[in-house]
Design a protein around this ligand. Structure first.
Ligand code: UTP
Length: 277
């Protein structure tokens, strides 16, 4: 039912400098696959075949990754190496890719608003591809959320329990649990000061948003760090109507941090990766 998924990929990735000086952080490989491809595969699995990137300067290799490399195709056609193109060919066959540039990095809320012309007036998914989410025992996180959307028809954020001393790094919710793992959001705060988080339920990089969010973001003033925060816009939406939070099934690695990236690499190598040859 949800056809489109927005990928804000305009950030600078400063925590991975110098690797990210001329290369997008989203193209860093976890074993043999760029981070962003994991996210795109998760969106396509959830039925969201239109993949919309909010890119920035220096991110051209993302657009190239989701296109044919004619020379490469020609060179390895019919050879034993062709199997290595299997996963990206699959993605290209199923997905349609659109993009728009965010000219100034004014925050995640602003990045999402920049994607409005690609989304229009329909509900849509959002993936922050530096959060790598895996669920080998069932549907991916976005597919779990799409299923919930079909029941509740309101914006949904994915959440995870984090240690209290880590809560200041996240958007944190205060919520009433409706049933196991599903909450109705009462309040939320972006990166609360140490010791002031309303709970240990942290928002991670998967959202389903209803399109009224665009007007709400337009009316949302810059918040924490002078950036337009999606958390602030979602709080307005929660107060006007309803925002749900969902404790997803699966694992999440914070690949925006070096530690999380290394953990993801070890995990994928040991549990997920299979040499196609
Ligand atoms: P982060 O703040 O985690 O990403 O933003 P970053 O800025 O690239 O990382 P560091 O802190 O400098 O290492 C979360 C997500 O939102 C996107 C980023 O690309 C990332 O996927 N984003 C953020 C935008 O697209 N535009 C923005 O203005 C801000």
């Amino acid at each position: 039912m949800i056809k489109k998924c927005l990928f804000p990929v305009a950030g600078y990735g400063t925590r991975f400098l110098p690797a990210t000086k001329s290369m997008p952080k989203e193209m860093l490989p976890v074993v043999n696959k760029p981070l962003v491809q994991y996210g795109v595969e998760e969106a396509i699995e959830a039925g969201m075949n239109t993949i919309s990137f909010v890119t920035g300067r220096g991110k051209r290799s993302i657009a190239d990754h989701f296109d044919i490399s004619y020379e490469l195709e020609h060179q390895i056609a019919g050879t034993s190496k062709e199997v290595y193109l299997g996963s990206i060919r699959n993605v290209l066959e199923q997905g349609v890719f659109t993009m728009v540039r965010q000219r100034e990095m004014k925050g995640l809320g602003h990045a999402i608003l920049t994607g409005e012309p690609l989304i229009g007036s329909e509900p849509f998914g959002v993936v922050l591809s530096d959060d790598l989410c895996l669920n080998e025992d069932g549907p991916g996180v976005l597919a779990q959320m799409a299923e919930l959307y079909s029941q509740f028809r309101c914006s949904i954020v994915a959440i995870q329990e984090v240690p209290m001393e880590e809560a200041h790094k996240y958007g944190v919710i205060k919520a009433e649990e409706l049933k196991d793992g599903l909450y109705r959001v009462d309040d939320m705060v972006e990166k609360p000061p140490q010791g002031e988080a309303p709970s240990n339920l942290a928002i991670i990089g998967r959202y389903i948003l209803t399109p009224d969010i665009f007007d709400i973001i337009r009316a949302t003033p810059p918040g924490k760090n002078g950036e337009v925060q999606i958390t602030d816009a979602l709080l307005t939406q929660a107060k006007k109507g309803c925002v749900m939070a969902y404790k997803f099934k699966g694992r999440r690695f914070d690949c925006g941090s070096v530690t999380g990236f290394v953990e993801a690499t070890n995990y994928v190598f040991e549990n997920v990766y299979a040499d196609p040859a």
